[in-house]
Ligand binder design. Sequence first.
Ligand code: CMP
Length: 139
Amino acid sequence: ALERTFSIIKPDATRRNLTGKINAKFEEAGLRIIAQKRIHLTKAQAGEFYKVHASRPFYDELCEFMASAPIVAQVLEGEGAILKNREVMGATNPADAAPGTIRAEFAESVGENSVHGSDAPDTAKEEIAYFFSGLELVG
Ligand code: CMP
C-alpha cells in the first residue's frame, strides 16, 4: 500500500553537502519526497525526538550530535515506504550495511550514520507529526 515514512538527513551528511546525493538514492528507489525542511535542532528538541533511547549509554552523545549542525527533515511516500526506506538506508552500523546503501556509501560511524528512518507505521506517524503539520505534506 502507499505509505509514508519519516526521514532525517543527519548533521554528518549536511556538513559534507550530501543532501542531493542522498535524495537521489530515495528517488531512484521510488520514494517521493512530499515534505522537506532544513532545520537546526536544539539539544532539547533532539532529546525529545529520541526519548525512546533516553536510557541508552549513547543518548547524550546522540543528542549533542543531532544538534551539532542542520538536519533535513523529510516525509517520503511510496509503496511500502517504511521498509523500502530501511532497505535504501542499510544497516544502522555502516560496517554492516549492504553495498550501494546510503550508510555503506556515506556513513562515518554507527553514531554519525547520515540518515534516520522510521521503523514502523506507528512511529512514522508520530515522527511526521513532530516535525510537520498536515498542510505541509504535499503528496
Ligand atoms: P537512528 O536510526 O537515528 O536511531 C537511533 C540512533 O542512535 C541510531 O540511528 C544511531 O545513529 C545511534 N546509535 C545507535 N547505536 C549507537 C552506538 N552504539 N553509539 C552511538 N550512537 C548509536
